[in-house]
Design a protein around this ligand. Structure first.
Ligand SMILES: Cc1cc2nc3c(=O)[nH]c(=O)nc-3n(C[C@H](O)[C@H](O)[C@H](O)COP(=O)(O)OP(=O)(O)OC[C@H]3O[C@@H](n4cnc5c(N)ncnc54)[C@H](O)[C@@H]3O)c2cc1C
Length: 345
């Protein structure tokens, strides 16, 4: 028999992870289900970018922020399923929801939907010669700039992300080529102005083929096509920034009425949806005043968890004790203190 959880959080991004932490504070049996192989949500798309706008947090890279977020989110040991896609949610009409995934069904007394804009995957380069397997020097997300030091880098794409990467690599890479099919780069004007100064920008240009070395499994040359004809560029690395595919196929049974506003789910400012027992948090939530930023995720998560707690336990207090007065935090602090004492002996 599948175990029934108090709350199941769909999506292991910032909203889902903070909800898991807060549900732990509220002593709820908690599960997170995440499609990707790693937690962190779309912050994983900008690991090197500095985030400046989180209250009380000095500027921090996406990567470092995710590490902290995961550590906090797993404080109370929620059950975590990664590489699991939630496909459908069904109201069992007996106080539980069935959460159907590609790997089986989970049961929960309440659900927090924290799926952001859906499952995001970078759009793959589709031209002749791209090996089926992942190639070491072809990147869809830039995780670390140092690997490009003194290297020739070709960036395919002309939007904000492509141009940001080209600018970030200035002074690190030996040579930067930006290849874009449009007439003008479509990034912010100031960034475009900057990139034009230090990179070789090939507009109205298509990549027609990449040439990988079978032994090293690395891309060595890229064929581009311009009005003037074909040209081959030798590269050490290639970065593809063609935007993202979004999978928003998560379904809700007909017994679950949820009002949609574009891709988002209409809710109250406290994360309640039209379906008792189902709450929303983070970018998927839409209400007047909703802030689609990390800070917005945290307040949403607290409200959604409090709603879920009251749904399954109507006499519970409306909010958790502040963390310094919270039983579970106190116990946790006592454990940490004992560990520190032992390590000092
Ligand atoms: C390029 C970029 C830069 C940004 N910069 C900043 C910034 O500087 N400051 C700031 O505050 N905010 C920034 N943001 C916004 C911030 O990243 C989002 O507000 C935040 O990530 C939203 O968190 P979330 O948990 O709601 O959704 P997400 O981060 O999107 O996480 C949702 C998770 O749900 C999973 N999921 C979706 N569907 C399913 C399913 N069916 N089954 C299982 N799992 C599923 C996804 O795989 C994903 O991991 C930026 C966003 C982008 C794209």
């Amino acid at each position: 028999m599948t175990e029934i959880y108090d709350v199941t959080i769909i999506g292991g991004g910032p909203a889902g992870l903070y909800a898991a932490f807060y549900a732990g504070l509220r002593n709820m049996k908690t599960k997170i289900i995440e499609f990707q192989s790693e937690l962190g949500g779309k912050v994983r798309l900008f690991p090197e970018k500095k985030i400046w706008d989180i209250g009380g947090q000095p500027p921090i890279t996406g990567d470092a922020f995710i590490k902290q977020l995961i550590e906090q989110g797993l404080t109370f040991h929620p059950t975590v399923h990664v590489e699991t896609k939630v496909e459908r949610i069904v109201d069992q009409l007996d106080g539980t929801f069935h959460i159907e995934t590609n790997k089986g069904t989970h049961m929960s007394r309440s659900v927090i939907v924290a799926v952001g804009g859906g499952i995001i995957q970078p759009q793959k380069l589709q031209v002749a010669g791209v090996p089926k397997e992942d190639v070491q020097n072809m990147h869809y997300v830039v995780r670390e700039f140092e690997q490009f030091r003194d290297q020739v880098v070709l960036i395919s794409g002309g939007g904000n992300t492509a141009v940001d990467w080209a600018n970030e690599l200035h002074g690190i890479a030996k040579e930067i080529h930006v290849v874009y099919r449009g007439e003008n780069l479509s990034a912010h004007e100031a960034q475009v102005e900057q990139v034009m100064k230090h990179a070789t920008v090939h507009t109205q240009t298509h990549i027609t083929q990449v040439h990988a070395n079978e032994n090293t499994n690395c891309i060595e040359n890229v064929t581009i096509e311009q009005a003037a004809g074909e040209k081959i560029i030798s590269v050490d690395h290639m970065i593809v920034s063609h935007g993202f595919d979004l999978d928003q196929t998560l379904q809700y049974d007909v017994s679950i009425p949820l009002e949609r506003i574009d891709h988002a789910i209409a809710s109250t400012a406290t994360g309640k949806t039209d379906m008792p027992g189902i709450f929303v948090a983070g970018d998927i939530a839409k209400y007047e005043g909703k802030v689609n930023l990390l800070v917005g995720c945290f307040q949403d998560a607290v409200n959604a968890v409090n709603g879920a707690k009251l749904h399954i336990e109507p006499t519970a207090s409306h909010v958790a004790m502040v963390s310094s007065h919270n039983d579970r935090v106190q116990k946790r602090m006592a454990v940490e203190a004992r560990k520190n004492e032992k390590s000092l002996v």
